[in-house]
Design a protein around this ligand. Structure first.
Ligand SMILES: Cc1cc2nc3c(=O)[nH]c(=O)nc-3n(C[C@H](O)[C@H](O)[C@H](O)COP(=O)(O)OP(=O)(O)OC[C@H]3O[C@@H](n4cnc5c(N)ncnc54)[C@H](O)[C@@H]3O)c2cc1C
Length: 418
């Protein structure tokens, strides 16, 4: 299969929330688009790490409003068609979110990409990039038949780890101030019991005082998978210091060990879980942060806290408060934002010095506080769609120029909120 070659206008790397939306945005803006994902399904951490709530579609509080539509809304509509979305819900911590069942989300995203009109590949990893003078010429990809090349005029990095930006030699920074974790699913749990963070904490504290060990945190949340007696548990808290295979191997194995320790502790100490069993973990460890790009603009704490608006350059809205996972038990949830949202300006999607590369999702240029807000997947759909539209509308500008007002108009035409 040596010499296989794919040619298109826009190539999107990563099929998580940001990547799906980027491919929709680029295709609907008129570009021949391909979406490349290394896992055997789309969804990113929503499916690959069982992160089962889409946050960031709405602001919170009594007078909440929806701040993400467009491609993200298309996903909600598809989940609704499959009977797996019936409105925004309050989380155990009081924020508005969308509960999703990863198995149905896989199906919904398969339907969406099949119907959308762009090309897509699963089980294909991007392993390198050919770059000249800040211009990416092609991607080197690999599947089980070997290597192949994808040529495009414009590219989107929606890899969650800024893998394309890093491989192409653009500036990135690595952060692990905040923890990641291995999420797991328990079956045969009794519903309608007290599974608040406080009661989970007290269960784990009792387990520890009785001599059980192997836990990284006492703060955790559980959420029911609609229509089942399954609960998805998000409690493991590990700071992962690198993206090399050696480090990831160590942490995946440590995460799995902890899953079994927590499952045993829940059965013994959390009333309602006594007859439960472990269904699955991961499959992969989830990351709250890793690499982020150095972009033309760094979204910052002030932007988020002061709900700052950028009327000329905004390409997406952020409605989720800062949510810091720094310590093992002291997770800081965002202040009540009420109906307030902040604007995300286009410069934070654009790696410094890049001519034809755009970024969406968790990797956009942001400081710690802003990143802890924009990483949520609802916001990821919005920045991803903006990256896709930007890539499509600037694909014929060899000098890297872009027209932000045309990009904003196209996003609005596609139903996005800017
Ligand atoms: C424990 C935990 C709990 C969380 N809770 C929530 C929550 O409740 N709600 C919420 O909204 N967010 C939550 N988050 C954050 C959220 O899951 C991520 O920030 C979000 O998934 C980022 O979206 P993304 O599209 O940028 O990247 P991802 O979802 O990571 O998707 C990136 C995709 O790119 C693919 N990829 C990477 N490199 C390559 C390559 N070289 N070639 C091909 N494909 C590639 C990956 O396989 C992946 O599918 C949580 C995170 C963690 C770790």
């Amino acid at each position: 299969m040596k010499g296989r070659n794919i040619t298109c206008d826009v190539a999107v790397v990563g099929g998580g929330s940001a990547g799906i939306a980027a491919a929709i945005g680029a295709h609907d803006a008129g570009a021949k688009t391909i979406l490349i994902e290394r896992s055997p399904y789309f969804g990113g951490q929503a499916t690959n790490a069982q992160v089962h709530s889409y946050c960031g579609f709405c602001t919170n509080g009594e007078d909440w409003q929806q701040v993400v539509k467009g491609a993200g809304q298309r996903v909600l509509d598809k989940l609704k068609e499959l009977g797996h979305f019936d409105g925004f819900a309050k989380s155990p911590t009081g924020n508005l979110l969308v509960w999703q069942d990863p198995e149905y989300t896989k199906l919904a995203l398969d339907d969406i990409v099949s119907e959308a009109g762009f090309d897509y590949l699963l089980c294909a990893g991007v392993i390198g990039a050919d770059v000249k003078d800040g211009q990416i010429i092609s991607l080197e990809c690999a599947d089980d038949n070997g290597r192949f090349t994808v040529n495009a005029k414009s590219f989107v990095d929606a890899s969650g780890e800024a893998n394309l930006s890093f491989m192409a030699g653009f500036k990135t920074e690595f952060h692990c101030e905040q923890s990641g974790g291995l999420v797991f699913r328990m079956g045969n749990v009794k519903t309608n019991r007290d599974y608040s963070p406080a009661s989970i904490k007290s269960a784990i504290e009792r387990a520890i005082s009785d001599g059980m060990s192997g836990f990284s945190a006492t703060f955790g949340t559980v959420g029911n998978v609609k229509g089942t007696n399954d609960y998805i548990v998000n409690i493991i808290s590990l700071k992962i210091p690198g993206l090399d295979a050696e480090t990831q191997t160590r942490f995946e194995m440590e995460g799995r060990r902890q899953v079994h320790a927590y499952a045993e502790a829940f059965k013994k100490y959390l009333p309602g879980f006594e007859d439960s069993w472990l269904i699955s973990s991961g499959p992969k460890m989830g990351y709250r942060e890793s690499r982020r790009i150095i972009g033309e603009y760094q979204l910052c704490q002030d932007d988020v806290k002061n709900s700052r608006k950028y009327p000329e350059t905004s390409i997406a809205r952020g409605g989720w408060g800062a949510e810091l996972h720094i310590g093992d038990s002291d997770v800081t949830f965002g202040e009540e934002r009420g109906a307030k949202y902040f604007d995300i300006p286009i410069g934070s999607l654009r790696p410094e010095g890049a001519q034809n590369l755009w970024c969406g999702g968790r990797i956009i240029c942001a400081d710690l506080i802003a990143s802890s807000s924009i990483r949520v997947m609802g916001t990821g759909f919005a920045t991803g769609q903006a990256a896709g539209v930007s890539a499509a509308l600037s694909m014929n500008n060899s000098d890297g120029r872009y027209d932000v007002s045309a990009i904003r108009s196209e996003l609005v035409r596609q139903g996005a909120l800017v």
